[in-house]
Design a protein around this ligand. Structure first.
Ligand SMILES: [Zn+2]
Length: 170
């Protein structure tokens, strides 16, 4: 079943350091991508979010208006951050933290290397929103969530607004 259940806090798998994959895993890649594609508004998904404690993620910011670099669909195994530059704070959400968004400080541009689903070495130089997505997914592999990244739990965390239909008039 390629589309997997997305786990949310307080599931312990989200807080673990994921283990190295050691090579491409096409079944895992397919599950990640299929699950990301059926999840509305989802621009990235890490293996721990589907309950697999492996160092793998996928992302795709091509449909997002804020992306200043856009590489389309990216699937990476055993990714490593090799360079980071700049710093800015922006609001982030996460499917595994469904009730909150948070202001998170991230590097503005990063270089990340890893192995793709076919086992090829890849190097991504990314910036802006796409760089933020890479850093968010890398964090998942180290058991870090947006709530672990805020400067202040009282001023940088926001409850998601839930749509409430207007009350019928008396
Ligand atoms: Zn997330």
């Amino acid at each position: 079943m390629p589309v997997r259940h997305v786990v949310a806090l307080p599931d312990a798998v989200l807080k673990q350091r994921a283990t190295a994959v050691g090579g491409p895993d096409e079944a895992l890649a397919r599950d990640l991508v299929d699950t990301m594609h059926v999840s509305p508004g989802c621009v990235g998904l890490a293996a721990p979010q589907i309950g697999v404690s492996s160092r793998a993620f996928c992302l795709d910011v091509s449909g997002h208006p804020k992306g200043s670099s856009k590489h389309g669909l990216v699937v990476l195994f055993d990714p490593e951050l090799v360079h980071a530059e700049g710093s800015e704070v922006a609001r982030e959400g996460c499917m595994s933290v469904p009730h909150f968004t948070a202001n998170v400080r991230r590097a503005i541009s990063v270089v990340v290397r890893g192995v793709d689903a076919q086992g090829r070495e890849c190097l991504y130089e990314v910036s802006g929103f796409e760089a933020r997505a890479f850093q968010h997914e890398l964090d998942h592999l180290d058991g870090l969530l947006i709530l672990d990244r805020v400067a202040s739990l009282s001023t940088d965390v926001f409850r998601r607004k839930v749509y409430q239909p207007p009350r019928p008039q008396p």
